[in-house]
Ligand binder design. Structure first.
Ligand SMILES: *Cc1c(COP(=O)(O)O)cnc(C)c1O
Length: 382
């Protein structure tokens, strides 16, 4: 129950262990093409160009951002924590002039504050982290994207901890670049970077005066590959991670069979039940306001008198949760992922282990109340 890598479906893991096909095998070509098409549905786009490349989410950040900006470009980052900072580092290295619009830990600037900032200083791109994994803060992407687009900026969304577990309508919301990785809400072991580029992003890429310096990260190299596999005419640039792509095919298939709407709703239900439980246990969430609470993970302050040894105690009770990540509050909170294959019984087991962990930390007074509150939330009519 950590915010990635998550627990994976057995059928997804079987695909990883199946015999590796040639990257030019007609079955694999079919499989890769299906993955690319399916990813459009996952992102709520018909016009988007998908890229699936071996690498982690950080590679997806570089692959997504690095092909649309040029040296000297002014870029604005809606800063909600650790991964906003990473994006700032990436863009700074690319030579951009980066402005970070930061909020206190657990907060997020409002769309009107973004608008005011863009009036003062224009930007070619506005970047945001859909769900910041260090705080559990979910950015109101639709409202932010509307503001950014009205001011003529491209919109980039880091969806590594969100896509597949939070609503995303790239076309409808005007998102130009969305990026994610396999090991979080997409439900595939770590190793795949996924980028979806909308038409404005591709146009900006094509009009750039100077090319980026990296070969592996260039859309020039990957575009013919992705277009080729979708057209069932495989093109070689660098060997695709055949088994991971096969596993993603299984996972995207499962996701689309569940249906994107029902899947997001399930994530919402699991998050609400977990929150009801932790609230009943008196735990305070890191996000400062209700609407900022994500579906995909919860970040919770440790109660008075309890330190991060709680994480090890919960592990002893059979459930793996994560410690802190945001440097400003690292030792004062812990994180629980509830995305991907997570079901009701996972939420209840986690709350049970949390209650026993708290009891062993001398905080057993509320034991039972968390599970009861989650049960009540799960019993509510859908
Ligand atoms: C996990 C994560 C990343 C980085 O992904 P890696 O696979 O660890 O490189 C980037 N952004 C967000 C929001 C994340 O949650």
């Amino acid at each position: 129950m950590i915010p990635g890598p998550v627990e994976f479906e057995p059928e997804v893991l079987r695909a990883l262990g199946s015999p590796t096909k040639s990257h030019l095998d007609p079955d694999f070509v079919e499989c890769f093409g299906r993955v690319l098409k399916g990813l459009r549905d996952v992102h709520g786009t018909t016009a988007g160009q998908p890229f699936v490349v071996a690498g982690s989410g950080t590679l997806a950040m570089e692959l997504g951002a690095g092909n649309v900006v040029s040296e000297g470009d002014p870029v604005v980052i809606v800063d909600t924590g650790y991964f906003s900072e990473r994006m700032a580092t990436i863009l700074t290295r690319l030579g951009c002039r980066v402005t970070r619009l930061s909020a206190p830990v657990g907060g997020c600037i409002s769309p009107s504050e973004l608008d005011a900032a863009l009036v003062k200083e224009s930007a070619v791109m506005v970047c945001m982290t859909h769900v910041d994994t260090s705080t559990g803060v979910r950015v109101p992407v639709e409202a932010m994207a509307r503001v950014a687009r009205a001011r003529g900026a491209l919109v980039l969304v880091d969806g590594v901890c969100a896509t597949g577990g939070e609503a995303l309508a790239m076309d409808g919301w005007g998102v130009d670049v969305a990026l994610t990785a396999s090991q979080k809400a997409l439900g595939v072991p770590p190793g795949l970077a996924v980028v979806m580029a909308g038409p404005r992003a591709l146009e900006t890429f094509r009009k750039r005066a100077t090319k980026g310096r990296s070969l592996y990260l260039s859309w020039d190299e990957w575009l013919p590959v992705m277009e080729g596999y979708e057209a069932k005419k495989p093109v070689y640039f660098a060997t695709p991670p055949v088994n991971l792509v096969a596993a993603l095919d299984v996972s995207v298939g499962q996701l689309l069979r569940e249906g994107l709407g029902p899947r997001i709703a399930r994530h919402g239900r699991m998050a609400a039940a977990f929150r009801a439980g932790t609230q009943a246990l008196g735990l305070r969430p890191v996000p400062l306001e209700g609407p900022l609470l994500a579906n995909t993970l919860s970040a919770l302050y440790l109660p008075e008198g309890v330190d991060l040894s709680l994480v090890a105690r919960i592990r002893d009770e059979g459930v793996v949760v994560a410690g802190g990540l945001h440097p400003a509050i690292r030792t004062t909170y812990f994180r629980v992922g509830h995305m991907g294959a997570v079901q009701e019984n996972d939420v209840l087991a986690t709350l049970g282990a949390l209650e026993r962990g708290l009891a062993r930390s001398g905080q057993g007074a509320a034991a039972g109340r968390g599970v009861a509150a989650a049960q009540a939330a799960l019993a509510a009519p859908r």
